[in-house]
Ligand binder design. Structure first.
Ligand SMILES: [Fe+2]
Ligand SMILES: [Fe+2]
Length: 398
C-alpha cells in the first residue's frame, strides 16, 4: 500500500482532501498533517512514498518542508500546491518539488499526479533495474562544472552572471550549450553568442538541463565492440526528436523540459553501448532477426530496457521529474494515465515520428502506424491528430 502524506496549515482544507480522496482509502494509506512540523514528525514514524504539501503555511512553508524531506528521505516524491499569485514562492518550490499543482486543485488532477509519481517510483525501484544498474558498476560521475551548476541553481540568489561564469570554465560544455541554445529547438529570433544572454533567454534551469545533455553525450563513450557510427546515429536521432518535439503543441509550462527529455530520451542506449556491449549487440541482433523493437529485445535480455536505465540515471543526475517520467515511458506511454498532450506523450510521438521518417524518408504521406503504437495513440486520444503532427515533423527535418 502506498503511503501518502497531505500537509496544510488549515484543517478545513485537509478535511476537504480527505473527503475528496475517500474512495482511494483501500489502496492508499493516507495521512494528514497540520503544518510542517507535524509533517516531519509523521515522517519520522516511517518515510512516505508521496508528500503533497501546501506552499503557503505560517512558520515552515511548503518549500522549506519539502527541502527537509528531500534531504532526509530522497526517495519520497514531492508535490506542492501553489496559489496562482505566488511567482517568487513558485521559483523556490520548483527547486524542491517534483510536481506542482495550482490551487484549488481537483480530485482528478491530484489523483493523476500521485498515480504517475507512484508508477515512476515503482519502475525505478524495480529489482531488475536496480540489479542492472548495480552491474554497470561505477556510473560516470558528472563534471565539476555540472555539479557546481546544480548547486548554483538551488541557490535562489544565484545570478545570471554567476551561472554563465560556471559554464564558461568548461570550454567544451560552453560550446555545446550554445550550439543547443541556437538550434531550432527553442525558436529564438536571433543568434545567441554569449552564455549570459542564453541564460537570460532560457532561464537557469533550462541551461542546466542543456549542460546535462552535453554531459550525457560526452561521458558515455561506446565500447570498442560497438560501432562508433551507431552511437553517433543515436545522437542524431536525439537531435531530430528534440526538433520535432519543439514543434508539437506543447504546454508552454513544460516546453523546455519536453525538448530536453526528447534530446535525452535514448541516453540509456548509450549507457548500454558503453557498459554492456554484449547486451547492446545481442539486442540489435534479436531485433533484426525477429523484426521486433530493440527495447523489446532488451526487456527479454535484461528484464528492463534503455528507457528505464536512462531515466534512472538522469533522475540521479537531477533532470526534472516530468522529463525523467517521459524518458522512462517513451516506449510504453500507456503505462500511466494521461489527461492531455503532456511531456511523456510528446516524447513518445517525437520518437515515433523520427523513426518512421528515417525508415521511410521518401514516403511523406499515408504512412501506416503499426501496432502497438496505433492502439497507444488511440487510447491517448491523439490518433486523429497524428497526420498533423507528421506534417510538423517533416517541417522540423527540413
Ligand atoms: Fe528508445
Ligand atoms: Fe528513440
Amino acid at each position: 500500500m502506498k503511503r501518502i502524506l497531505f500537509v496544510d496549515d488549515e484543517s478545513r482544507i485537509l478535511d476537504g482532501l480527505r473527503r475528496m480522496l475517500y474512495a482511494e482509502r483501500k489502496r492508499w494509506d493516507m495521512q494528514f498533517a497540520l503544518g510542517g512540523e507535524a509533517a516531519l514528525e509523521a515522517c519520522e514514524a516511517g518515510a512516505f512514498d508521496v508528500v503533497v504539501s501546501d506552499m503557503r503555511m505560517p512558520g515552515m512553508d511548503g518549500a522549506t518542508l519539502l527541502g527537509h524531506i528531500r534531504d532526509r528521505y530522497p526517495s519520497t516524491a514531492r508535490v506542492i500546491l501553489c496559489g496562482y499569485a505566488e511567482p517568487t514562492l513558485s521559483t523556490r518550490a520548483v527547486s524542491v518539488a517534483h510536481r506542482y499543482l495550482a490551487k484549488p486543485c481537483n480530485a482528478a488532477d491530484l489523483l493523476s499526479i500521485i498515480e504517475r509519481l507512484s508508477a515512476l517510483q515503482d519502475l525505478l525501484c524495480a529489482p531488475e533495474l536496480r540489479k542492472i544498474v548495480g552491474t554497470i558498476g561505477q556510473l560516470p560521475s558528472l563534471s565539476i562544472t555540472y555539479t557546481s551548476l546544480t548547486q548554483a541553481v538551488r541557490d535562489p540568489d544565484a545570478s545570471v552572471e554567476k551561472v554563465a561564469e560556471i559554464i564558461e570554465q568548461d570550454v567544451a560544455m560552453a560550446a555545446k550549450v550554445l550550439q543547443l541554445v541556437n538550434s531550432a529547438f527553442f525558436g529564438l529570433a536571433r543568434r545567441v553568442t554569449t552564455l549570459q544572454t542564453a541564460v537570460g533567454y532560457l532561464g537557469v534551469e533550462t541551461i542546466k538541463n542543456l549542460a546535462l545533455a552535453s554531459e550525457a553525450f560526452r561521458v558515455f563513450m561506446p565500447h570498442p565492440r560497438v560501432p562508433v557510427s551507431e552511437c553517433e546515429a543515436i545522437q542524431w536521432h536525439a537531435h531530430r526528436a528534440a526538433a520535432i518535439a519543439a514543434m508539437l503543441p506543447l504546454d508552454p509550462a513544460n516546453r523546455e523540459s519536453t525538448v530536453v527529455a526528447a534530446l535525452l530520451h535514448d541516453v540509456g542506449s548509450l549507457v548500454i553501448g558503453s557498459a554492456m556491449p554484449d547486451v547492446y549487440c545481442s539486442a540489435r541482433a534479436i531485433a533484426a532477426e525477429r523484426g521486433c523493437k530493440v527495447f523489446e529485445a532488451e526487456e527479454e535480455l535484461l528484464g528492463t530496457s534503455h528507457a528505464e536505465i536512462g531515466a534512472y540515471l538522469l533522475g540521479l543526475w537531477g533532470l526534472p521529474n516530468i522529463a525523467v517520467e517521459a524518458i522512462a515511458h517513451h516506449h510504453r506511454p500507456d503505462r500511466i494515465p494521461h489527461s492531455a498532450f503532456d511531456c511523456t506523450v510528446a516524447v513518445y510521438v517525437a520518437d515515433l515520428l523520427d523513426e518512421q521518417l528515417e525508415a521511410h524518408p521518401q514516403d511523406a504521406t499515408g504512412l501506416e502506424i503499426e501496432e502497438p503504437a496505433r492502439k497507444c495513440l488511440e487510447d491517448i486520444g491523439i490518433l486523429p491528430r497524428f497526420a498533423e503532427f507528421r506534417e510538423l515533423a517533416l517541417e522540423a527535418r527540413d
